[in-house]
Ligand binder design. Structure first.
Ligand SMILES: *Cc1c(COP(=O)(O)O)cnc(C)c1O
Length: 231
């Protein structure tokens, strides 16, 4: 994608987020944009970083590692895709955040690899709010207990909650999903107590990020409407 188009897209996304913040009485400072670069190569990913976007999201370890090797010293990297246990060693040490923690065996492996690399991974619990068969994630009922269990692991901290809403033509339809994740976040914050930092809410993609921002997203994961699709 050429730089001009990329810049226009980024300006549009930023303006849309500002509008959504205005509509919902929020400050745009509360919303971070994660540029999802899984559709594009190293060159476009570099152009994204050149725009000043500080957060990069990737969903497949095999493709993300070479990109990280080229550009990992720039920006903060977020692993957002389903993560297999045998790929954890490639992700930990490179990615600051993992948005797809959905089972205890994965949490154990992350903590173990993080200990070896002397880092602490910030994990977001993926929640399958809509209960879709095709999606990964904890059910909303499991989240509180699960977060307590993983809190005992030394090299992993629970940094927030993540969801993927069903892909529907009218993004208004997924508003209740985002609202439910937010309520779950607030509940978890209450359990954790005031001394802990408020948990992040990673929700909203190209199709629905404006609604997600209105419902309290602190991280939106925007791919195709920012970088297009090279593959
Ligand atoms: C691909 C992906 C995105 C970005 O999707 P777009 O619709 O292209 O913005 C966001 N989150 C996750 C988990 C993804 O896999």
């Amino acid at each position: 994608m050429n730089k001009e188009t990329l810049e226009q897209n980024y300006r549009a996304v930023t303006a849309n987020i500002q509008q959504a913040c205005k509509r919902s009485g929020r400050s745009p400072d509360e919303v971070g944009v994660i540029a999802v670069t899984k559709y594009v190569g190293i060159e476009t990913t570099e152009a994204v970083l050149d725009l000043g976007v500080g957060h990069i999201g990737e969903s497949r370890a095999q493709e993300a590692v070479p990109k990280w090797e080229a550009l990992g010293n720039r920006g903060t990297w977020h692993f957002i895709g389903h993560l297999q246990r045998n790929k954890v060693k490639d992700v930990v040490g490179r990615f600051t955040y993992i948005h797809s923690l959905d089972r205890f065996s994965l949490a154990q492996e992350i903590s173990k690899r993080a200990a070896q690399k002397e880092v602490t991974v910030r994990a977001l619990l993926q929640v399958n709010v809509a209960g879709e068969e095709s999606k990964f994630g904890l059910s909303p009922e499991e989240v509180v207990d699960f977060s307590r269990e993983v809190a005992a692991l030394p090299h992993l901290t629970v940094a927030g909650l993540m969801t993927m809403a069903p892909h529907v033509p009218n993004s208004e339809e997924v508003r209740p999903i985002f609202r439910e994740l937010r309520a779950l976040r607030d509940k978890l914050d209450t359990y954790r107590g005031a001394s802990e930092k408020q948990l992040e809410l990673s929700m909203g993609m190209s199709n629905d990020y404006e609604v997600a921002v209105e419902e309290g997203a602190t991280m939106v994961r925007v791919g195709s409407s920012l970088v297009g699709r090279e593959r």
